[in-house]
Structures are given as C-alpha cells and as structure tokens.
Design a protein. Structure first.
Length: 110
C-alpha cells in the first residue's frame, strides 16, 4: 500500500508545483478590515471583563451575550467608517507593490 501524501506535496514531488494564486487587493483590504473589527471587539471585551461589567454592574448570561453582540456590531461599524487606521496599514503591508495602484504625481508646471 502506498503512503498517503498530501496533494500539495504530491505535486511538488512530481515537479509540477504551481504558485498559489494571489488574492486580489479587494480581498486583502476586506480581510484587513475584518481583522481590525475583531481586534477592536476583543479590546472592548477585555475592558468589560476587567471591570466586572460596564460601569461595575454584574451581568447575567443573557446580558453578556447581548453585550458581546453589540460590541461586535459596534466594532464592525467603526471599522467600516475607517476605524483606527490599522486595516489600511495591514492592507498596504500585504499588497505587493506591483499590485498597488501607481501613485499619481501632479504635472510639473512650465
């Protein structure tokens, strides 16, 4: 019986390794926005948990679930409006220079 070899390794062993398709800049920007929203949501969750609830109030399971949902929606809304700017930095770092649009420079005046 032949050993099981993952598909990617089998292709590499056969010498037909093809480069992985690159994601489009739009997909990268969307992933960066989702990452920023997740980060904001986790920061808010940490703040809420460190204080024992918002404004020091104890919470039950229902209010905790509702607050987590509200935090996620707030984080997504904040990120959709530009957020903290982290998504743009992450996207710029992930988009290859050849894929990024060329910067436009003003025409020189004679």
């Amino acid at each position: 019986m032949a050993p099981l070899i993952p598909i990617g390794l089998a292709d590499a062993a056969a010498g037909s390794l093809t480069p992985a398709p690159k994601d489009s800049p739009e997909k990268i920007k969307d992933a960066a926005r989702q990452f920023e929203a997740l980060l904001i949501s986790q920061m808010m969750k940490g703040m809420r948990e460190s204080e024992g609830g918002w404004m020091g109030t104890d919470e039950d399971d229902a209010s905790s679930s509702a607050m987590e949902y509200a935090q996620e929606m707030f984080a997504q809304s904040l990120t959709a409006g530009g957020g903290l700017g982290l998504a743009n930095l992450v996207a710029k770092g992930l988009i290859a220079p050849s894929e990024a649009p060329a910067p436009t420079t003003p025409a020189a005046k004679p």
